[in-house]
Write a protein that binds this ligand. Sequence first.
Ligand code: AHR
Length: 667
Amino acid sequence: MRAWKGMRDSGRAAAAGMFLWMGVFCLAQRQASVTVYTDRPTHAISPMMYGLFFEDINFGADGGLYEEKVKNRSFEFPDAMMGWTVIRREGAQGEAAVVSKQPYKESDARALRITVDESGKGFGVSNEGFRGIGLHQGREYYFTVFARVPSGASMPLRIEAVSPSDLKVLEGSLEVKGADWAFYQITMKAAVTEPKARLNVLAMSKGTVELDMISLFPVDTARQADRPIPGLRKDLVQLLAEVRPAFLRFPGGCIVEGSTLALRYQWKNTIGDLRDRQTLINRWNTEFRHRLTPDYYQSFGLGFFEYFLLSEQIGAEPVPILNCGMACQFNSGEVCALDKLGPYVQDALDLIEFANGPADSPWGRVRVQMGHPEPFGLKYLGIGNEQWGPQYIERYKVFEKAIRANYPDIKLIAGCGSEPEIFPNGPAEVAYLWSQWRILKPDIVDEHFYRRYPRFFELLDHYDSYDRQGPKIFVGEYAAMSHGVASPENRNNLICALAEAAFLTGLERNGDVVVMTAYAPLTAHVEGWQWKPNLIWFDNLTCFGTPNYYVQKLFSQHKGAGYLRSEVKVEGSERLYVSVTEEADGKVYLKAVNPSEQSILAEIRLEGGKAFSPKARVVVLRGGAEDENTLDRPDQVVPKESEYDGVGSRFVYEFAPFSLTVLTLKP
Ligand code: AHR
């Protein structure tokens, strides 16, 4: 970037400068003009414009945001010992087996029974965690367990986390006493940092002990101070919060639907006591043959109550999406008969009561008992995810009638399938859905875009033709693919991020129709992923934002309140994608995307007579087209901030190759 101090403020200087500029600058640059009409906002930018979409995919919840270190802690996976192995230390003999828990409860059916015949140096079990257990030196961890000794006697337990080379990372002990189930907790401090530890639980004397809900959890999590629940992974929550998201959509996309109706997401099974949250297979377990993840289940430790808390914690409106009586149409497509839809609709009504109802309402009481007396202030509810066909419309109507009758203020979000290209019978299905939405008028229609990145540059005008009087639009999932939809080759590189940024300039220009947007999916474990690309990557110890993440962050932090008309002209065939918005206090954000390998030297003309400080804040995200961030190099492509001293009614600014630039002009 160059400072063009001499050219600011005076029209005469600017004109002379332009003249010089046209002649002097070399061919490696393109020249452009950007005219901004500062006195003519065309429409408001929705305060809900930028939010987050969370789904338990790629170890997003279990193994990710939900910081439980133990996989299959309650032995409820169909393969009851998945994640566990039996260990016998010198001289030890015994047996470890999963048994029916007494007293029996369907949601908490099993426990581990360890019978020690010879204690030797310890007999027990070892858990492998989620691709290992990540522990940080000096951090404290709670080990907790429900346990009993059926004979009524006692059993000493030794607890340890060990590295792959058997180095002790955590060590502790406790004594289980008596025949009744009781809760035990100890705190241990990690001696070293270890990404791939295992947790060992060893019985140290002869006898029998039963264990359930074996858990290892950091003491210091993103827990809200006054909340009784264990919190979420701090570094991930921090990245989410820094986007300053206006909303959090949860619990996802296809996971809402389930591959069959029996496997759909049912929010009522995800609240209350952790032991009563019945484990369910994660639909991404078997979705992709090339990325089978047989150990992927949902413990629901991160359930609906926690999603509401997380929304509150990061300052986002909660936007839950519910199953509409249809399983994923890319899978079984199973449909609930209309006359059996009652419980599904009741789930929606009860969810609104759970979120907003008073303490003396049945579901409001549950929220209060869980530790949140104040209502969550739910305003939005999605009915169905990527559904299509007349069966969806029939079911939506039933939900709509019941919800509007009971809760007329709740804004309803209806789906619009997925993009035509990957829809069976694509464009016709979308056209059909829209013909219905125009009549039924849901408040918001949710459209998804997963395309190869060049397509995003062409989608800028996509919403120009949408009916301004019709439903508003939620671009509820989108991501630019470097290779193909959900291809394992996809990269989170800068050119894809810039394609998304260009797309967003088109969405802001259509901000009178498009009121919400979210990139998808949000998070992925570097060893536990099924889908690429993703906004944030993590391993067991750290995480990083992709260039796509920084695009989200920059747009969200510079969304503004009103859209200002602008005109862009670039010489040759290159394009500069520009969106200009203003805050209520008069600050103007000029966001410009240059996705070409040449810099663009633009004369910026501020029309409308408003005066701005000569000093502008500049934030630039730039690099090589293929550049990515990685665990080793998390900051290869990150925004850099500087100051530009040269703003005037006419000034020249050089937009770097492969860049997103945000200029903040201060009145
Ligand atoms: O984001 C991944 C998946 O893509 C979502 O679950 C689904 O809604 C879409 O098909």
